[in-house]
Design a protein around this ligand. Structure first.
Ligand code: FAD
Length: 282
């Protein structure tokens, strides 16, 4: 059962951050509530105050100065419907269409997904491959955190206790940019997710970024696997995919749980890397 709590209604992001600082561990940001209220109902966490950020206007999506800016309060459904996402970030569009179910996509926000850092989540892995940065607000100050530095562990990010995630900034993909994200799972949430992004200039593959998620505590970028594909021709890169997949499988820090055994998840990472690369190429 949900215990009583006080709902704070800040009028700005700076005020929300100030409330977090003032009330410390007894307060938490409340966005869509799809994770938070569930955890509170189950008695897994309790907060005296929830800080409602839904009315702070953080749900804009725009393309400007070579970047795509996504407000942290955009729901998964708003991302699906956004012409900017449809035209500029088709891999994110496809991911968002397959997050959870219609009900969760209507209420759940991308910021809530990232900040909760539940291991079996999709967006963080693709955003890492796309080179995204998270913009964190503390009072009226802002800082950018690279996606690979944002996720620390299961349910843990590098946000300070009084920081609010304000927006996500993704470099706008160029004409030769390719990216894809694929996941696999048989429970409600994904067991393994793999994302790749690279430039394809004729037959030449460059600037490869690979990220693996869901299998271990937090998404990870896999530089060693990237090096096997970057600066290669498409055929050379394809030949190296098995080796890159084995490296990515180990880098995922897979754990045995209800979603599958460690070695099984490592194997699936390799399978998904091959398919993700091919999907991005085509
Ligand atoms: C049944 C179910 C199935 C799901 N399946 C999937 C799936 O297949 N793939 C997937 O990726 N996800 C899945 N999810 C997770 C879903 O995407 C998240 O529940 C949702 O995006 C969380 O957003 P929210 O706005 O509801 O967060 P909330 O519940 O409001 O908040 C979650 C946490 O983040 C903090 N927080 C929220 N916003 C901010 C902010 N701007 N700054 C700082 N802290 C913040 C809150 O304080 C809280 O601790 C599933 C969830 C459910 C319930």
């Amino acid at each position: 059962m949900l215990r009583r709590f006080r709902l704070e209604e800040p009028e700005s992001v700076a005020q929300a951050s100030e409330l977090l600082g003032r009330f410390g561990d007894s307060a938490k940001i409340y966005a869509g509530g799809t994770e938070l209220l569930l955890a509170m109902k189950e008695g897994l966490v309790q907060y005296e105050r929830l800080i409602n950020v839904k009315k702070l206007g953080l749900n804009q999506i725009s393309a400007e100065n070579g970047t795509i800016k996504i407000g942290a309060l955009c729901t998964h459904h708003e991302l699906e419907l956004s012409p900017v996402i449809q035209q500029r970030l088709p891999s994110l569009l496809k991911l968002e269409q397959n997050v959870a179910n219609v009900r969760v996509r209507q209420a759940g926000t991308i910021g809530g997904n990232l900040c909760f850092a539940e291991p079996h989540a999709d967006p963080g892995t693709l955003l890492m491959a796309l080179g995204a940065k998270m913009v964190a607000a503390q009072g009226s100050a802002k800082r950018e955190i690279a996606a690979e530095d944002f996720f620390v562990d299961a349910y843990e990010t590098s946000l300070a206790a009084d920081e609010v995630l304000a927006e996500i900034v993704v470099p706008a993909p160029g004409a030769n940019a390719r990216s894809a994200y694929l996941k696999f799972g048989y429970l409600e949430r994904p067991s393994v997710g793999v994302a790749v992004a690279f430039n394809l200039n004729g037959a030449n593959v460059s600037d490869v970024r690979i990220a693996v998620g869901c299998a271990g505590p937090a998404p990870k970028r896999v530089a060693e696997a990237e090096a096997l594909l970057s600066g290669k021709t498409k055929d050379e890169a394809t030949r190296n995919l098995a080796q890159a997949g084995a490296i990515a499988g180990r880098a995922a820090q897979a754990i045995s749980d209800l979603h599958g055994a460690q070695d099984y998840k490592e194997h699936i990472v390799g399978v998904l890397l091959k398919r993700t690369f091919q999907a991005a190429v085509s």
